[in-house]
Design a protein around this ligand. Structure first.
Ligand SMILES: [Zn+2]
Length: 76
């Protein structure tokens, strides 16, 4: 009887460890997702070479230009 109880306790401990491990994995996945959202693709302006987030750049064909810099948006 004592042996069965011992096995049950071991099984319970393994279950707790497994549950904690799963939760840690899930939390790490969420953090990764959060970091991915924070780190945006950086592109270099084709005219002045400044690196800026893709959302702040003005795409023109395959190239990107600074949206805030009038000199970069204007043609040659
Ligand atoms: Zn530029």
């Amino acid at each position: 009887m004592g042996r069965i109880l011992f096995l049950l306790i071991i099984a319970f401990l393994i279950y707790l460890l497994f549950k904690g491990f799963l939760r840690a994995q899930t939390r790490r996945g969420e953090e990764d997702r959060k970091n991915e959202q924070k780190v945006e693709d950086m592109v270099a302006c084709a005219r002045c070479g400044v690196n800026l987030p893709r959302s702040e750049a003005k795409p023109e064909g395959a190239l990107f230009y600074c949206r805030d810099n009038p000199r970069c948006i204007a043609g040659p």
